[in-house]
Design a protein around this ligand. Sequence first.
Ligand code: NAP
Length: 327
Amino acid sequence: MEGCHVYTSVLAVVGGITLFFLLLDTLWNIILAARALLAPFFLTHEEQNLVKRYGSWALITGCTDGIGKEYAKQLAKKGLNVILVSRSQDKLLKTANEIEQEHPVKTKIIVADFSKGATAIDYIRNEIKNLEIGILVNNVGMQYTYPMFVGEVPEQQLWDIININVGAVTMMSRILVEDMKKRKRGAIVNVSSGSELQPLPLMTVYAASKVYVRNFTRSLRYEYSDCGITIQHLSPMFINTKMNDFSRRLRTTSFFIPDAQTFAKHAVNTLGKLDCTTGYWSHEIQYFFTRLAPEWARIRIGSKLNEALREEYFRTHSKMVKNTYLQ
Ligand SMILES: NC(=O)c1ccc[n+]([C@@H]2O[C@H](COP(=O)([O-])OP(=O)(O)OC[C@H]3O[C@@H](n4cnc5c(N)ncnc54)[C@H](OP(=O)(O)O)[C@@H]3O)[C@@H](O)[C@H]2O)c1
């Protein structure tokens, strides 16, 4: 009888401690979500001088389209000279011209393909050696052509995803962070994705690469926390860009799927104010509720969503093939 009493007391204590930590974790998540959700409304009105705080040049990777292009424009609007890094010279020249016409800043273009790994990084290092870069935006990222089983993804595409999503973020941070440390100022923005929240079947490698970005960024911030450098983990949900060309639904701007310009405008305003954010208020709601669900449920929901997107892709694709045949 005595033994049973002790056993019950131990169970009650363990249960109480577990409940306490669960509640604490939930409360902490609510505070973080509320802060990130409300902050953009106030932050947009609170202009800060990024040039003074970080330096006069910003380098943005993957910047001739989508988020990167709009992010570069927003930084130029705030007076930063921009170094644009992407694969296509024509698109880079066009983007640089647009920026110079819209804002009184300098631009520099660097043609580099991050899928080439170390060769691309060495080339960029050489091109920027005389420039003091205050803000690095590791935006470049690659996704599958459409949701696929790992065995269906062309091997070269997997290497490209690893080199671009993992390699570029790591090595670009590596070549700039020590200079920032010496100057005691600078910012690194690493663009992850909401897919970092759980394993994501049919986008397995993409989502896994974003888990790397998340952990790399948070750990890097810890290492350099005393050096006056901002290291931001930016983790958006879906945005209407060409990365989502496989789905008409994702290419339709809505409450939860902003266009790149709207997103970038909000995201840039969080720089130096929020270390971890989705960058956009409606994404913050999605991120918060996604995190609340248990992991098995998130995996299941993500998997179902990707199955639906895959079917949509096949439907549209077969229609396109049929239409071409009929013409
Ligand atoms: N769109 C979304 O729903 C979403 C959601 C969450 C996170 N994200 C993340 O946000 C980032 C930007 O995505 P996005 O949707 O804006 O992409 P996007 O519209 O596909 O644009 C990608 C940009 O990267 C450049 N690029 C592609 N491959 C490259 C390579 N090998 N080397 C150098 N540049 C390359 C492209 O230009 P060129 O083709 O001219 O080189 C383009 O400027 C990515 O990291 C992505 O994972 C996107």
